[in-house]
Design a protein around this ligand. Structure first.
Ligand SMILES: [Zn+2]
Length: 374
């Protein structure tokens, strides 16, 4: 299912292919987030036309609405949504901890209240696997506990212990569902910024021999140096021959740091969320299209970009769309941002094949600024 094609001699990056039930694609790859089964503001066809073959959908949201009964009755998530390519579904844990107005971890699982109607729910690791099997997910994620950046060491150690226990139960439930699913379970490594806890978590999760491995609990507010140091350390604990997924990153600088340290997959709401607020990627950095300086700027967002926003519309008109709250604004900005990342990942993969990712990274960061280009 996972084949490494080339290892860059200038850093730890690699290109690979990953074959899942709904098709094969190249790594490293960015996964757009499709919370409710679709990438917000885009047609499936637009997402697929960019070459995207894997999107991330949120178990927490789909579980609460429409619910597993509707998705099962539809014939699974692919049939329900009409997306013919792969889905990775998260475990819902992150949303429970960030969105639910009440949640309590017990050894059994997690009890929480819905942010939609206040109703109480219990999810266990087994139930979370059962939901994703019901969705027909191509990649399934186990319920875990992600520590925040300010969690105490003691708290992180407890979170690692629960994460391991839940991962074991998830792996058993996944194996028991082998007849019902072709989806692949990825184990998740936690441990925040403590090397010994990361190592312990990695050893315990790797014992389960899941088809892929995810690194969780990074990019939670730490500075970029700690992020890269922990990414390098965590990736160094992993076997070569499995896909590595770093959860929750989606800015060009973090993507480069991750890929240079041997990460294959990543996801984040960031590129699509900022697009809906009028912020777009360019190779010089972010542009906020709502700013008055774009009022008479009749250039495209970025010269040379092949997306429909750049082929047809000017910064001035896009600003007008955002100022007037027209739906077309978020649609075009989202299309541009995902197109930008798609081209960016193409450049990354070809740089790796030429053993020059380290140079590409240096050159890219010379002109790219995370805040306010121009
Ligand atoms: Zn564009």
């Amino acid at each position: 299912m996972f084949r490494i094609e080339h290892k860059d001699q200038s850093c730890k990056a690699r290109t690979a292919t990953l074959e899942l039930t709904h098709g094969e694609f190249n790594l490293p790859a960015f996964m757009p987030v499709g919370t409710n089964g679709s990438v917000k503001a885009l047609h499936h066809q637009t997402v697929a036309d960019m070459g995207t073959r894997l999107i991330l959908a949120n178990t927490y949201h789909l579980y609460l609405r429409p619910g597993i009964d509707v998705i099962r009755a539809a014939g699974g998530l692919h049939a329900f949504t009409g997306w013919p390519h792969n889905y990775l579904t998260d475990s819902g844990g992150f949303q429970i901890f960030s969105l639910a107005p009440f949640r309590k971890i017990t050894p059994e699982g997690v009890r929480f209240r819905s942010h939609i109607d206040g109703s109480y729910h219990n999810l266990t690791p087994e139930k979370v696997v059962e939901l994703q099997v019901g969705f027909g997910s191509d990649v399934l994620m186990p319920l875990d506990v992600c520590s925040s950046a300010d969690e105490t060491r003691d708290g992180v150690e407890k979170a690692v212990a629960i994460t391991t226990n839940w991962a074991r139960r998830s792996a058993a439930a996944w194996k028991n569902s082998a007849e019902e699913t072709n989806g692949q379970l990825f184990g998740i490594i936690q441990g925040q910024f403590h090397r010994d806890l990361r190592r312990r978590s990695a050893e315990e999760i790797l014992e389960l021999d899941t088809p892929g491995i995810a690194i969780g609990g990074l990019s939670v507010g730490e500075n970029p140096e700690i992020f890269e140091e922990m990414t390098e350390f965590s990736a160094g604990l992993l076997p070569e021959n499995k896909p590595r997924y770093l959860m929750g990153i989606g800015t060009p600088d973090y993507i480069l740091a991750a890929v240079a340290n041997g990460i294959d997959m990543f996801d984040c709401v960031y590129p699509t969320r900022i697009a809906r607020n009028g912020s777009v990627f360019t190779s010089a950095g972010l542009l906020d299209l709502k700013k008055s300086r774009f009022e008479k700027d009749f250039r495209p967002i970025e010269e040379g970009c092949t997306c429909r926003a750049c082929q047809t519309y000017t910064r001035s008109f896009l600003r007008q769309m955002f100022k007037c709250n027209e739906i077309l604004g978020p649609m075009l900005a989202t299309e541009h941002n995902l197109n930008f990342l798609h081209r960016f990942l193409n450049d990354i993969r070809s740089s790796i094949r030429q053993d020059r990712l380290a140079m590409f990274r240096r050159d890219f960061l010379k002109t790219y600024r995370q805040e306010n280009a121009e």
